[in-house]
Design a protein around this ligand. Structure first.
Ligand code: ADP
Ligand code: ADP
Length: 235
């Protein structure tokens, strides 16, 4: 059973059809790449998957069960996490603090939080290393890291807080060759750790470095749907 499956999904904004009869699935341990030019419908697709928009037609299933999320929170509760390209981090705060930002219980434990600082630092360090990120120090302000490293911290954070499906929206778009390589390696590590990944890109080269499955959208419709083996030259 796919973690996430859209079947024949359609979505309109007023009289603009953003998606028509789109089917996409995401399996554990695989990267599904969604490619397409501006306006092709990529953002609309991930907004549906992440619970920001409802779909008009077709079906959306998680673990084989039809769903209709009315907020990103509901998708997150099912393990579907979006990692945005512009990370919502506080640049001057240490890496570990950003890692746990927004995760605090809203009541009760305030007086005890100071006691957990050491644990949060250790957890952050351990989670980053688990997928192969070596940071000199989790006490560094996150703003001093490279864009690629910040992206990786955001991915590790999502995994730590229970993501089973990662939605990566153009994770390499703002990065140079070297930093893109850092992020792509990390995406591969997340895949190998058993997550399902939706990788949105308009860069087919980056997609091909990590992708198992490729869906090309064009004017809201699926133009190409292929597995990796169907696209390789050596067969
Ligand atoms: P992509 O992410 O591939 O650039 P989008 O999903 O953003 O594509 O857009 C698909 C189509 O839907 C485009 O024609 C776009 O103009 C239109 N669209 C996207 N968002 C809205 C919106 N909020 N209101 C009206 N039209 C929209
Ligand atoms: P949902 O589809 O879950 O009810 P949406 O955010 O998609 O929530 O908004 C409801 C409807 O409003 C959409 O189906 C779409 O047709 C329309 N809509 C949303 N944003 C725009 C926009 N910026 N311009 C035009 N229509 C929009």
């Amino acid at each position: 059973t796919p973690l996430v499956e859209l079947t024949g999904v359609g979505k309109s904004y007023g009289n603009i059809t953003a998606l028509r009869d789109v089917s996409v699935s995401v399996h554990a341990g695989q990267v599904t790449c969604v490619l397409g030019d501006n306006g092709a419908g990529k953002s609309t697709l991930i907004k549906i998957v992440s619970g920001l928009h409802g779909h008009d037609d077709g079906e959306y299933r998680v673990d084989g069960e039809p769903v209709r999320f009315s907020s990103p929170r509901e998708a997150l509760d099912r393990g579907i996490a979006t990692v945005y390209q512009d990370l919502a981090v506080v640049p001057l705060m240490p890496v570990w603090r950003n890692f746990f930002l927004g995760s605090e219980p809203t009541s009760g434990v305030w007086p005890f939080r100071r006691l957990d600082v050491r644990k949060m630092r250790e957890t952050t360090d351990a989670e980053l290393r688990k997928l192969g990120i070596e940071l000199p120090d989790v006490d560094l302000p996150i703003g001093s890291l490279s864009g690629g490293q910040r992206q990786c911290v955001a991915i590790a954070r999502a995994i730590h807080f229970g993501a089973r499906v990662l939605i990566l929206d153009e994770p390499t778009a703002a990065l140079g060759v070297k930093q893109s390589g850092v992020v792509l390696k990390y995406v591969a590590a997340a895949r190998d750790a058993g997550l399902g990944v939706i990788f949105i890109s308009h860069n087919p080269h980056h997609a091909f470095l990590v992708g198992d499955h490729f869906v090309v959208l064009r004017q809201g419709e699926v133009e190409l749907d292929a597995k990796r083996a169907e696209l390789t030259l050596d067969q």
